[in-house]
Design a protein around this ligand. Sequence first.
Ligand code: 13P
Length: 257
Amino acid sequence: MRKKLAAGNWKMNQSLDEGIGLVSNLLELAATKTEYYQNNNVQILLFPPFIHLVLLETLLEGQPHFAYGAQNCSWADKGAYTGEVSASMIHSTGAGYVIIGHSERRQYFSESNRILSEKAQIALKNGLQPVFCCGEVLAEREKGEQFAIVESQLSEAIFHFEEEDIKKIIIAYEPVWAIGTGVTASPEQAQEMHAFIRNLIAKNFSTEIANETSIIYGGSCNAANAKLLFSMPDVDGGLVGGASLIAEDFFTISTSF
Ligand code: 13P
């Protein structure tokens, strides 16, 4: 059975103390739902800024339903790349995941599908599971191009990978028009795209792999709409921005399956 995921992308938020407070509050709430997480195969993933990663190793020790990762990694192995953080460095903190291809990275840091492919590859090589993001901008949806856009993002970046690698990837569908706007994709719009993506995985790899791949939704997912979104058969959880910074809200999302 594929995993259900409540993933929190903190983006560039939370000082060290704020991060510790947020995780402590979340752990306190989550302690009441251990059985629920177990029975529903739920994993909670935290994606803080790099500065929190080492702390999370300690804070999340002995928490089987929690794991964490970085929001980005370098495409390079190591060396003279001032300001960059490598996949192996991230892995050395105990992190198991990394977000690759978030639309904010594509937009503000000009990350192309080719660079994202390299990032996903180096992440996998260093024991990190990529959460690979895809999604169209509003103008593309208005022209009905959303399926072609998502297909090209996936095929240019990851569909040439080996089966063993593709199995480790989590896909996040994040329509750019829904990110941070308060405009959420309808459950039907999310389902339609998730089913399309699952079908692409089946076509490029196998039905078995497609059925095992977690495909999560991101874009103004919150405590009020998570349940409806997650009730869709191909929506396996959420990649949550703003609402993941409020312990109670993110906790509610994590219990919305
Ligand atoms: P919001 O939940 O704030 O819309 O952000 C979504 C997102 O970009 C998660 O990666």
